[in-house]
Design a protein around this ligand. Structure first.
Ligand code: HEC
Ligand code: HEC
Ligand code: HEC
Ligand code: HEC
Length: 199
């Protein structure tokens, strides 16, 4: 426990001296990019979510667009360059391709947890003593309320915003459609395998 507090506190100190960018100073939440979250969330002491994410399909979502399958789907959808088109970036990167900081990162932390410019500082979203309070504060500063059982409905809406049948890459074959279906069980099971894969 002591170790975790120390780790977090020193990470916070480093970060506070390293930031504020223009986005962080404004008082509406903006996307700041995975690298900002990585500063603390690559620590094993708090679960190294960055490492888990890096190995997950979400981290590859932008690269996928320029691979063979991505180009084929683009041709059919009448899209010239999927890596430049908001039609694809809408779901294949954080912030729908509308912010430079996250345009090429794939489905990053903030795609699911919300734009972090206001909550990313330690004291605005984390605490080892009063977790509920810090989470509430974070939500008031732009974090999406998708955690825990209380957040399941919001979480389902979030996942299904992208995991929908209404997308140019929705497969034609019935088998593949079935494979790509995201059952509620999988969405709710997140607690055991963050951020998850199918198998
Ligand atoms: C200054 C260090 C630091 C930075 C930067 C940081 N976090 Fe955190 N975050 C923490 C710590 C420490 C915890 C508490 C972990 C625990 O309770 O085990 C935490 C907890 C969380 C939680 C759990 C909910 C909560 O409020 O406790 C989420 C979600 C989260 N962070 C997302 C992010 C995202 C997304 C970013 C980037 C936009 C980010 N964090 C940037 C240190 C940081
Ligand atoms: C911003 C859009 C977006 C959101 C939000 C999102 N996803 Fe995804 N997800 C994707 C994309 C795009 C891929 C495909 C990445 C690739 O293969 O390049 C993907 C891939 C996946 C996969 C892997 C599929 C496989 O091939 O095994 C799973 C599982 C998944 N998402 C679950 C979820 C869950 C659960 C949530 C909600 C907590 C969620 N996603 C939220 C866009 C999103
Ligand atoms: C509404 C959200 C959304 C939009 C818009 C979207 N995608 Fe996807 N895409 C997804 C999700 C979600 C997955 C993951 C499906 C799975 O594996 O479960 C995915 C998967 C993919 C895959 C890998 C899966 C496969 O079928 O091989 C490719 C390639 C792809 N998308 C290309 C594109 C291209 C190109 C565009 C733009 C023309 C696009 N997508 C637009 C949400 C979207
Ligand atoms: C596809 C969506 C998605 C992405 C991408 C994602 N998360 Fe999460 N994350 C979740 C969900 C859903 C939960 C809630 C798990 C629960 O409540 O059981 C969660 C939980 C967390 C927690 C709480 C503690 C834990 O480990 O369960 C932290 C911290 C966190 N995420 C940080 C991050 C960071 C940092 C990144 C980027 C490196 C990231 N997440 C990327 C969906 C995502």
């Amino acid at each position: 426990m002591i170790n975790r507090i120390f780790l977090a506190a020193s990470a916070a100190a480093i970060l506070l001296s390293a930031l504020p960018t223009g986005a962080a100073r404004r008082n509406f939440p903006a996307f700041i990019g995975v690298a900002q979250c990585k500063k603390c969330h690559e620590s094993d002491g708090i679960g190294n979510q960055h490492k888990i994410w890096s190995a997950s399909p979400h981290a590859r979502a932008y690269q996928t667009l320029s691979q063979e399958k991505g180009r084929e789907i683009s041709r059919k959808a009448g899209v010239d360059d999927p890596t430049q088109s908001l039609i694809c970036l809408k779901c294949h990167t954080t912030g729908g391709g509308k912010t430079e900081a996250t345009r090429t990162e794939g489905v990053g932390c903030e795609a699911c947890h919300g734009p972090g410019s206001l909550y990313h500082e330690f004291s605005n979203h984390a605490s080892f003593e009063a977790r509920e309070n810090s989470y509430r504060k974070a939500v008031s500063l732009g974090m999406y309320p998708i955690l825990g059982y209380d957040g399941i409905k919001a979480r389902e809406r979030l996942c299904r915003y992208c995991h929908t049948e209404e997308r140019p890459c929705y497969p034609e074959s019935a088998d593949e459609r079935k494979r790509q279906k995201l059952p509620l069980g999988l969405i709710a099971d997140f607690i055991f395998k963050h951020p998850l894969r199918r198998r």
